[in-house]
Design a protein around this ligand. Structure first.
Ligand code: NAD
Length: 257
């Protein structure tokens, strides 16, 4: 199982047009590996793929089962021998429960949870009868509650349990399934949120807005590269005994206090 992961030349990364997904694709796009970059944002996906040697763009909405089937067929027809999948696609939103519509609740869960379910289902199909490794980017927000983030927190808590069930089911096939639970990470996910944009305007820069959040929360934010390095470890032979595990990278956020 482990050596297959390490020698695999084909790796699929979802959410690869931005943030953690792109940093992971860039980190893994070495040693002649072919990295398949999947994302719903076609324009940014093409730019991301063009910036990396040996990268291939796969337009994909991770909530779309038929889209996954088509992507798997495309990759197979192109001779892909995928033994590693990193599922980083995700969305966030901030609103109290009383102000969250059912459709907004479902939208967050569709991308974060349905997407993770389909990523596991179709990774297992991509690996055919061989072993492999799957890494989900869950969140420390799925471990420690945050007021105003019910949909996000509950979707990520569910991804943690899904990871464990999948690890158990897929162990007989030599497929390892793990997740990473980052605390804050400096990515465009924050920059699209209203309160963050207001902080940027008030403080004069994106960096100052991050620093204010770090001071208020008492925890440093990670860089996308910090997360990418941990993904690479989880895919490697060094992690051959790790499955169903959660790696928390949050500078102590989940310790509370
Ligand atoms: P990001 O916004 O920079 O990147 C997310 C990517 O996912 C984007 O390219 C986006 O187009 C893509 N995406 C969204 N919906 C999709 C869909 N339906 N199908 C395919 N692609 C889709 O954000 P990021 O911070 O890099 O987030 C990556 C993952 O890390 C997410 O699952 C997020 O929840 C998780 N995470 C982020 C943080 C953080 O502080 N940034 C913390 C913990 C966990």
């Amino acid at each position: 199982m482990a050596s297959q992961n390490q020698t695999s030349k084909d790796i699929l990364v979802t959410g690869a047009a931005s943030g953690i997904g792109f940093a992971t694709a860039r980190h893994l796009a070495t040693d002649g590996r072919r990295v398949w970059l999947a994302d719903i944002d076609a324009a940014r996906l093409d730019a991301a793929a063009q910036s990396l040697d040996g990268a291939v763009a796969v337009p994909l909405d991770v909530c779309d089962e038929a889209g996954w089937q088509a992507a798997v067929e495309t990759m197979r027809n192109d001779g892909a021998n995928v033994r590693a999948v990193v599922h980083a696609a995700g969305i966030s939103a901030a609103a109290p429960i009383a102000e969250t519509s059912l459709s907004e609740w479902r939208r967050i869960h569709a991308v974060n949870l349905d997407g993770a379910f389909l990523a596991i289902k179709f990774s297992a199909e991509l690996f055919c009868e061989g072993g492999g490794a799957i890494v989900h980017i869950a969140s420390a927000s799925g471990m420690r509650p945050t007021a105003g983030a019910a949909a996000y927190c509950s979707s990520k808590a569910a991804v943690r349990m899904l990871t464990r069930v999948a690890a158990l089911e897929l162990k007989p096939r030599g497929i390892r399934v793990n997740c990473i639970c980052p605390g804050g990470v400096r990515t465009p996910m924050w920059q699209s949120m209203d309160f963050f944009q207001a902080a940027v305007k008030r403080l004069g820069s994106v960096d100052a807005a991050y620093r204010e959040m770090e001071t208020q929360g008492g925890c440093r934010f990670a860089t996308p590269e910090d997360i990418a390095a941990t993904v690479a470890f989880l895919l490697s032979d060094a992690a051959k005994l790790m499955t169903g595990a959660e790696v928390v990278l949050d500078d102590g956020f989940t310790l509370g206090g």
